[in-house]
Unconditional design. Structure first.
Length: 312
């Protein structure tokens, strides 16, 4: 009997050793599904999750609606997910999400768009992104360099309530206030919601005003491409002005290869997505992670764009 008992215990022990680790479900709320950059971000999350045994993602589209996104967080909590990742619609709604996750004891990681409570995030909470002061600063310093510190520029902004848009626009203004670049004036600036079509419409209106300008500085590549399309539609060669974007998306790099886009800044969406999932998985296991995880921006011009071909 003793021999049988020992054999049974041995089999039981081996079964436990062979059993896979407990599966972890990470709820992911994306601000919007129709964003090129956020699509690349999501793909980075999905690729990393596939490489992590036992980790699965439940991805939801907030459709750019803060209330819908908050409801998604509530649903994730009710479903008892192991962790939550949020690419926030805007920063204003994040404190409520942080509070709900903290009360439920579920880790939450903000990706790309910083939460409003970034400097006071509680335990089991983190932010993965890039320092937006770098992005707009790199972009505008290169525009200034290409213009020789003199000229006039239009500025296409993202949503007025979006952290990245706010900081990138301030970066532009700060650089143009420096001694080396103060010879460049802003003719006008308008919000185009990160959208190519909206930017094209705004640029078309600007072109109808006949105001002189030498550059278009856009908060992202999609809006820069919209400006390029508007220029082409009226028969003006985009090469006659300096056009700048941010993100170095595949479409942005294609526009640069064609000679239409002069400046962009690579924001590694794939790396941000992967790091967000990694941080969420660590926090779900009770492991420590940095509260702020930074992925650096990189300036991209025609001189070095080849090395970013295929990058996301």
């Amino acid at each position: 009997m003793t021999t049988c008992l020992r054999a049974a215990l041995a089999v039981s022990f081996l079964s436990l050793m062979a059993a896979p680790a407990l599966a972890e479900t990470i709820g992911v709320s994306m601000a919007r599904a129709d964003s090129v950059f956020l699509t690349i971000l999501r793909q980075g999350m999905e690729m990393r999750a596939k490489a992590m045994p036992g980790v699965s993602l439940q991805v939801e589209d907030a459709q750019n609606d803060p209330q819908r996104q908050l409801d998604q967080i509530r649903n994730f909590i009710a479903a008892k997910v192991d962790a939550i990742v949020v690419a926030a619609v805007d920063g204003d709604g994040t404190p409520a999400m942080t509070k709900l996750a903290k009360e439920a004891g579920i880790p939450i990681v903000y990706s790309v768009h910083p939460p409003a409570d970034l400097d006071t995030l509680p335990e089991k909470t983190a932010f993965v992104g890039s320092d937006e002061v770098q992005s707009g600063t790199m972009q505008t310093e290169e525009v200034c360099k290409q213009l020789g510190g003199k000229g006039a520029a239009y500025v296409l902004m993202g949503p007025l309530n979006n952290h990245s848009s706010i900081v990138r626009t301030k970066d532009i203004e700060d650089v143009l206030a420096t001694p080396a670049c103060k010879g460049i004036t802003i003719v006008d600036k308008q919000a185009a919601g990160w959208d190519r079509i909206e930017a094209q419409n705004i640029m078309t209106n600007w072109l109808s005003s006949s105001a002189d300008f030498d550059a278009v500085i856009a908060n992202n590549d999609e809006m820069a491409i919209g400006a390029i399309q508007a220029l082409k539609a009226v028969g003006r060669d985009p090469k006659s002005v300096v056009v700048a974007g941010i993100d170095a998306t595949p479409d942005g790099l294609a526009a640069m290869k064609a000679g239409d886009l002069d400046v962009t800044v690579f924001q590694n969406a794939t790396a941000q997505g992967a790091a967000s999932v990694e941080a969420a998985a660590k926090l779900a296991k009770g492991e420590a992670t940095e509260r702020k995880i930074w992925v650096p921006f990189e300036l991209v011009t025609p001189a070095n764009m080849a090395q970013y071909a295929g990058a996301k």
